[in-house]
Design a protein around this ligand. Structure first.
Ligand code: HEC
Length: 146
């Protein structure tokens, strides 16, 4: 009898620990949610730094990463033959703000308005937020004075 009680106590103890472990997991999950997302970062163009533009330039031209925006938009972003000119003030898919352009770049364009090709999300290969922000800042700088 005494033995059963002890093992019962041990069992309850183990269960309590298990429950505590779950709580901890929950807490770390909530911490992950605090990682910056497109919704929580600032899209104030004043945040655009020369470093960000340099990274964006390299991504746009396919010098780093697995995608190249210039293959469709041209090395200067103004090709306008298979994909829209990104250097003018005309925007087909957003208001042309840094945040608006970022939404287009992230989702891609599944329903093109003027051209026959689609644009895959991020131009073809997933980008981290830091990278998609940078390449979008670069695109934004082609048509806006910073
Ligand atoms: C496979 C070709 C292709 C690649 C690669 C590509 N795009 Fe596009 N992009 C398009 C097409 C096609 C459209 C939309 C055309 C239309 O609506 O008729 C578009 C639209 C856009 C727009 C919206 C323009 C507007 O007027 O609203 C932006 C911004 C853009 N691309 C940026 C990028 C960036 C940045 C990259 C690289 C990360 C990239 N694109 C890679 C083909 C491409």
């Amino acid at each position: 009898m005494r033995r059963t009680l002890i093992s019962l106590t041990l069992l309850l103890g183990a269960m309590a620990c298990g429950a505590k472990g779950d709580d901890d997991n929950g807490a770390s999950k909530r911490d992950d949610d605090k990682a910056p997302t497109a919704e929580t970062v600032s899209w104030d163009p004043k945040e655009i730094t020369p470093q960000m533009l340099a990274l964006g330039d390299s991504l746009f031209h396919g010098l780093i990463g697995a995608t190249s925006c210039q293959s469709c938009h041209g090395p200067k972003g103004d090709q306008g033959t298979v994909a829209p000119n990104l250097t003018d003030a005309e925007w087909l898919h957003s208001d042309g703000s840094w945040e608006g352009i970022h939404k287009t770049v992230s989702s891609g364009v599944m329903a093109p308005k003027q051209f026959t090709s689609i644009m895959p999300p991020f131009g073809g290969a997933p980008l981290k937020l830091e990278q998609s922000r940078a390449v979008t800042a670069y695109v934004y700088s082609l048509s806006h004075k910073l």
